[in-house]
Design a protein around this ligand. Structure first.
Ligand code: DX5
Ligand code: ZN
Length: 217
């Protein structure tokens, strides 16, 4: 299980330090929540800050773009050093297939994040373009929200669709409300990456929290 702490709840004046400390605590990836104040009400940070985070760690950084116009930002986040760029089909992007291809052309892994109300079927016709599917277990915008209980079922469906399309290598990740209590269910359902904010970065012992998400408390 790949564990990707989300830095959303950390001190945003010290995100690079927070990322380095998560790497020391055993994180496999860093999950960056990029919000534009339009796709979601909150505004976080841009590619400059993502670059500082990328330079502070040796593990991959995923830019989860909760933005209305992802196509104008992907070049910047690739240049910042993000290993993966994850976009939402609910954004204003009309040509998702082309955008996902562009992310790979930039040398990054291509991720697709599905809001809770978005059908897992939206993965099918871009399955061959995907390195990661991020199943949202909360409505995006805020950390610390309650995990939506139907998420493991959706993970199972996403994994099934990817397999039926011949994509056996893409990560299926879950983001939002992920804790030691639901990580096992998510793993059983086919998730192989967990993005977790409050449970890890708000913990007095992030290393222990990361280990418990992996199933090795
Ligand atoms: C929600 C973000 C998540 C969130 C995770 O909009 O995409 O990454 O910060 O934080 P927790 O684990 O606290 O829900
Ligand atoms: Zn996220």
């Amino acid at each position: 299980m790949v564990i990707a702490p989300s830095l959303l709840g950390c001190d945003h004046g010290r995100l690079a330090e927070a990322a380095a400390s998560m790497e020391r605590a055993g994180a496999d990836w860093i999950h960056l929540d990029v919000m534009d104040g339009v796709f979601v009400p909150v505004l976080t940070f841009g590619a400059g800050t993502a670059g500082s985070v990328c330079r502070a760690v040796s593990i991959p950084v995923d830019a989860h773009l909760m933005v209305e116009r992802p196509s104008v930002l992907v070049e910047q986040f690739a240049a910042a050093g993000c290993r993966c760029i994850t976009v939402h089909p609910e954004s204003s992007e009309k040509h998702l297939d082309r955008l996902l291809a562009r992310i790979r052309e930039l040398g990054c892994l291509a991720g697709l994040a599905l809001n809770p109300a978005t059908s897992p079927e939206s993965v099918r016709w871009v399955a061959s373009r995907l390195d990661l599917v991020l199943v949202m277990a909360v409505n995006p915008g805020y950390g610390g929200q309650e995990f939506i209980a139907s998420t493991p079922g959706k993970v199972r469906e996403v994994r099934g669709i990817l397999e039926s399309c011949g994509n056996r290598s893409a990560f299926v990740s879950v983001d939002g409300g992920v804790t030691g209590s639901n990580a096992g269910l998510l793993a059983e359902a086919g998730a192989d990456m967990l993005a977790s904010g409050t449970y890890v970065t708000g913990s007095a012992d992030p290393a222990r929290a990361i280990a418990s998400l992996r199933g090795r408390p």
